[in-house]
Design a binder for this molecule. Structure first.
Ligand SMILES: *Cc1c(COP(=O)(O)O)cnc(C)c1O
Length: 455
């Protein structure tokens, strides 16, 4: 997300010409709201990517969502492939989630004391996930990752962490760091306000680059507390890694007394109930979750073995706390959503549906010789304007291809399809997307591709 944010801001200004014969959707009400919000919030938004800086027009203000559809303030209806950036795996306003939240809300919103609901969500999770034995709830993915890093440092009594270019782990200081020049480097901060001394504790290497990884472990022998990776990197395109590579990370960590952290804020409960750990059959030392786990409300979580979690306060010396952690209403949404995910065949159906969708789009593009590739895993997909067969590191993405995304995004909005407003972001399919919806979306995508690739 970081690199994309950078690119978003450099992209401002040149708008693709609308030559589609389809009029642009009305944005009268959204524009009014945006004019107001700009006075309240930096960029008019409360999270930067929402500002539509890398796509055409003012951001759409969303009025409501139901199933796979959303409606904006002007009443335009869209099939939504953003799904709140991933959490809504059951679609918008799912009756089971809504009912459970409404029921729990009758008893009050927050106590700052334990409730049975925390036990219920934890039990649901631990019973069905063999990769963690104990966990702690927090309120966002950023918080989960930040806490996991502190836990790894506290547990190993080492300071340095190693991350990969092209992975996003939220906005905490240690992780707003990008690669410098050279094979193995201390990171450079990727945001103003992050002290250089923080970046000096973060080593950044390229994804899928074993030589760089080996060199980092040579150079910083016995200093690296943890490797953190999105096992399914999905914040800078979809940079799928091989199982062998992830297995190599496991081995090098074990050999060096370094902890392996899987940041599964996106992949957790998305590529399967046990996330990427289950998908690849690899046991990390710490796993972070967010997004889907809260059913659309703010929940994050980190988990590990009983021994490692024993370092967290009040059992151990690593401090971590939260006034609204384990919030009953948020727990209720998580319980309702995860219960649905555990139904027999849930992932099989969702993944099959996604595969049919992505394969048919790929067939269309290939038949017409478009430089276009759909990458996909589980119910995540990413449109890449490329002729490469695989893209497994950030540097393989051609920034110029984002111009094509920009046209695509506008054409799709005009045809009732909503994608996240950046070409570096992936799309999500929910169980609420029916075959009929996906057929409709495919037709809009075909038409838009023809316009994007028109000579
Ligand atoms: C979204 C995301 C985060 C940050 O989660 P927030 O809830 O936005 O703070 C961290 N890691 C990954 C992999 C993510 O996709």
């Amino acid at each position: 997300m970081l690199d994309s944010i950078k690119k978003i801001f450099s992209n401002e200004g040149d708008e693709p010409v609308n030559t589609t014969g389809k009029p642009d959707i009305s944005r009268e009400k959204s524009t009014e709201l945006y004019e107001k919000s700009k006075a309240f919030f930096p960029g008019g938004v409360n999270s930067p990517v929402r500002a539509f800086k890398s796509v055409y027009g003012t951001p759409l203000f969303i009025a409501k969502g139901d199933g796979c559809h959303i409606w904006d303030a002007d009443g335009n209806q869209f099939i939504d492939f953003c799904c709140s950036w991933g959490p809504l795996i059951l679609g918008h306003n799912h009756p089971k989630v809504r009912e459970k939240v409404t029921e729990v809300m009758q008893n009050g919103m927050s106590f700052g004391a334990p409730t049975a609901l925390e036990n219920e969500l934890a039990e649901l999770l631990l019973k069905n996930n063999k990769f963690i034995k104990k966990l702690r709830f927090v309120s966002s993915g950023t918080e989960a990752v930040m806490s996991a890093i502190r836990l790894a440092r506290g547990y190993t009594k080492r300071d340095k962490i190693l991350k990969f270019e092209g992975c996003y782990h939220g906005h905490s200081d240690s992780l707003l760091v990008k690669a410098g020049s050279g094979l193995v480097t201390f990171g450079e901060t990727s945001s103003a306000g992050v002290p250089k001394s923080f970046a000096d504790e973060t080593i950044v290497v390229g994804l899928n680059d074993i030589a760089a990884l080996d060199k980092a472990f040579e150079e910083f022998k016995d200093q690296i507390a943890a490797i953190i990776i999105e096992p399914v990197p999905a914040n800078n395109g979809l940079l799928l890694q091989t199982k062998e590579y992830l297995q190599y990370l496991r081995e090098i960590c074990t050999k060096n007394g370094t902890l392996l952290i899987f940041d599964e804020v996106i992949s957790g409960f998305r590529v399967g109930f046990e996330g990427a750990a289950g998908h690849y059959g690899i046991q990390p030392d710490i796993i972070t979750y967010g997004k889907i786990i809260g059913g659309g409300l703010p929940v994050g979580c980190y988990g590990a073995s009983v021994e490692i979690m024993g370092s967290i306060s009040p059992d151990g010396p690593v401090y971590q706390a939260g006034t609204l952690s384990g919030n009953p209403v948020a727990m209720a949404a998580g319980i309702a959503q995860l219960t649905e995910l555990l139904r027999m065949g849930f992932y099989r159906d969702l993944n099959n549906k996604t595969e049919e969708f992505t394969e048919s789009i790929q067939r269309f593009a290939t038949a017409r010789n478009y430089k276009f590739k759909v990458f996909s895993i589980g119910s995540i997909f990413w449109f890449a304007y490329t002729d490469k067969e695989t893209i497994s590191s950030a540097e393989e993405i051609d920034p110029a291809s984002m111009e094509k995304f920009k046209i695509m995004h506008r054409e799709l909005l005009n045809r009732g399809i909503y994608l996240g407003p950046s070409g570096y972001e992936v799309g999500f399919i929910s169980s609420a997307h029916t075959k009929v919806d996906l057929e409709k979306a495919k037709r809009a995508i075909f038409e838009s591709l023809d316009l994007v690739f028109r000579k």
